[in-house]
Write a protein that binds this ligand. Structure first.
Ligand SMILES: Cc1ncc(COP(=O)(O)O)c(C=O)c1O
Length: 480
């Protein structure tokens, strides 16, 4: 692994930061190549290499004889990042509204576009069924000896260690705690490193469950601007942690929920270093890390952690089955606090399912299964993007996720997705209103759509009904 970025990469990252934080706006001209070369003490070809990288990312365009300009499409692709600086920390209050939304979305006959759940047909059900039977026959002791401290089945931990081999070097088996789901992993990490009243930096928009956890633990949310391509802004995090105490940073760097962004390695490296310097514990949710659409499996921030400061959390809910309820934390120097929290919360973790998972991973079929799943999710996300483009108001902006299976949709300003929710349920379609992804009530004109199901005619019809509702609510922007 390379520790220092190449010089052109460092320049490209700095320019990207200026654009995504809104300091250089669409249509504005970048400093000239000559000026950048002089001031940054770089050769002209290094500067050009950086600018070409920004062109590839769709952020800037070259205009003959005039220089480089921020593309308008860069803004279209970046719906939520209107702010360049974080808000002040705020208490969170989303839980009750969220529970109402999630409960109503589960009613029979309602199209499943709310919770981020994979369709049953995408899960390796037969293989898991066989393994459960086999494991119980071969290891009857698992039924007897379910000790309340069984939170690190060696066979499963070994598989997790092997899976980390590709990232800068394997994680240590002694770091792991096996949990009941990623939700439990995140809750334990927060409890291990925070006290009620503390501030936690989160992405904006943030996965609603994270806000709910902060609310229930009496923590304040500090919403950090987050780019739909590159994730949490490191510049804004730097600014936010310069003078105030932030106990933890909680984020989804790989295929974030809801934006689908993947943080570039260089940002991950900077985030790991910055947080270690400032004493901010990192809680990294990597649940979508295996579900990237292009290139190699993205590394987690943990791969860049030199201080044991990053807690890597994940589970098998998105790739194998949400019903397994098995997750894990590689907890770095917080392992002892985490094991204590786990013991007083739920004791151990189901030993039978730990063994089933260990054997599933040992069998070698996981890689093949996940390869197929990635392609399927990408197809479903593409189909949903096309359907939203067909049926929603013309000014609607849609993310281009780099992984996972949710879409974030920004509607014209006059559409209030919370106010429309009950009418959508009455029309047989669910979604998650955008304001539930913010502690400070932002994103009322946004919503998140689950693409975990095959894009059948029924789903297309549900999107059409939803689009009709949104278009009706926005007289100012009727489709032409
Ligand atoms: C980012 C993220 N983290 C965690 C979870 C919950 O995972 P689990 O089912 O393992 O609790 C989800 C599920 O939607 C998620 O999207």
């Amino acid at each position: 692994m390379q520790d220092e970025p190449l010089r052109y990469e460092a320049l490209a990252e700095d320019l990207t930061g200026i654009i995504v934080t809104g300091n250089l706006r669409p249509g504005e001209r970048l400093p000239s190549v000559r000026r950048l070369s002089r001031e940054r003490r770089l050769s002209v070809s290094t500067v050009l290499q950086a600018l070409h990288q920004l062109e590839d990312r769709g952020l800037v365009e070259a205009r003959p004889q005039s220089g480089y300009f921020v593309r308008h499409a860069a803004a279209r692709r970046a719906p939520p990042s209107a702010r360049s600086t974080p808000e002040a920390p705020v208490p969170v209050d989303v839980s009750q509204r969220l529970m109402r939304v999630l409960q109503s979305s589960m009613q029979p006959g309602v199209a499943p576009l709310a919770a981020a759940l994979p369709a049953a047909g995408l899960l390796p059900r037969a293989a898991l069924q066989r393994l459960y039977g086999g494991v119980l026959r071969r290891h009857p002791r698992l039924l007897e000896a379910a000790s309340h401290i069984h939170m690190d089945e060696p066979a499963l931990v070994r598989q997790l260690v092997l899976r980390s081999l590709g990232w800068a070097g394997p994680l240590a088996a002694s770091e792991f705690v096996i949990t009941n789901s990623c939700t439990e992993a995140l809750a334990l990490c927060l409890r291990a490193v925070t006290q009620p009243g503390d501030t936690v930096a989160v992405e904006s928009p943030a996965y609603y469950l994270m806000l709910q956890l902060l609310e229930c633990l009496g923590l304040k949310a500090l919403e950090i601007p987050t780019d739909p391509r590159s994730g949490m802004s490191i510049e804004a995090l730097d600014l936010a942690t310069r003078d105030s105490r932030v106990a933890a940073c909680l984020l989804v760097p790989n295929a974030s929920n809801p934006l689908g962004s993947i943080m570039p390695d260089e940002h991950k490296r900077r985030l790991a270093r910055l947080t270690a310097e400032r004493g901010v514990a990192v809680i990294e949710d990597d649940i979508y890390g295996d579900l990237h659409f292009a290139g190699e499996r993205p590394w987690p921030i943990k791969a860049f952690d030199r201080a044991g400061n990053v807690m890597l959390c994940s589970s098998f809910s998105k790739c194998l089955s949400p019903a397994l309820r098995i997750g894990f934390v590689a907890a770095g120097r917080y392992r002892a606090q985490l094991a204590l929290q786990k013991t007083i919360t739920s004791g151990g973790t189901n030993p039978i399912t730990q063994q089933v998972l260990a054997e599933y991973l040992e069998s070698g079929t996981y890689e093949r299964h996940v390869r197929g799943l990635r392609r399927t999710y990408e197809r479903q996300v593409d189909a949903m993007r096309a359907a939203v483009a067909r049926h929603f108001p013309a000014a609607t902006r849609i993310t281009e996720p780099q992984g996972g299976f949710v879409l974030w949709v920004e509607l014209p300003e006059d559409v209030d997705t919370s106010a429309l929710y009950d009418r959508a349920i009455a029309a047989g379609v669910a979604y998650v209103p955008g304001e539930l992804f913010s502690a400070s009530g932002m994103y009322r004109n946004c919503l998140r759509i689950n693409c975990g199901n095959p894009h059948t005619p029924d789903i297309e019809d549900a999107v059409r009904r939803l689009g009709g509702l949104m278009t009706g609510a926005s007289p100012a922007s009727q489709r032409n």
